[in-house]
Design a protein around this ligand. Sequence first.
Ligand code: AMP
Length: 112
Amino acid sequence: MDCLFCRIIAGEIPSKKAYEDDDILAFHDIAPQTPVHILVIPKVHIPSVDGITPDNAAIVAKIFAAIPKIAASAGLTNGYRVITNCGEDACQSVKHLHFHIMGGRKLPENMG
Ligand code: AMP
């Protein structure tokens, strides 16, 4: 298994968990860029947004249904940003679909 996030799901690499169920894992980013920076991933390996299909899209809906609860649990009562990087131009560094939940301070308006 050469996917970092699959190894985190398997427990081979430790993570600071924020939420877990049968299909989803959320954990704190190892290099937070905001006071709260959590990654939400599907347990099934999907490389990126480009790998979402009608057959596996239900997990994305499940992730987005969980995100408000994860954000609230992390104390993000005044808003937050959800980001996913897809591919080279977006500087995606881990090739396992993940959604960044970022907040805990006022974020810049410019996103790119
Ligand atoms: P991206 O650049 O969108 O692919 O985001 C990958 C994120 O994974 C970065 O924000 C990294 O800081 C984070 N990351 C890398 N390794 C780990 C790890 N072992 N535990 C938690 N977060 C990690």
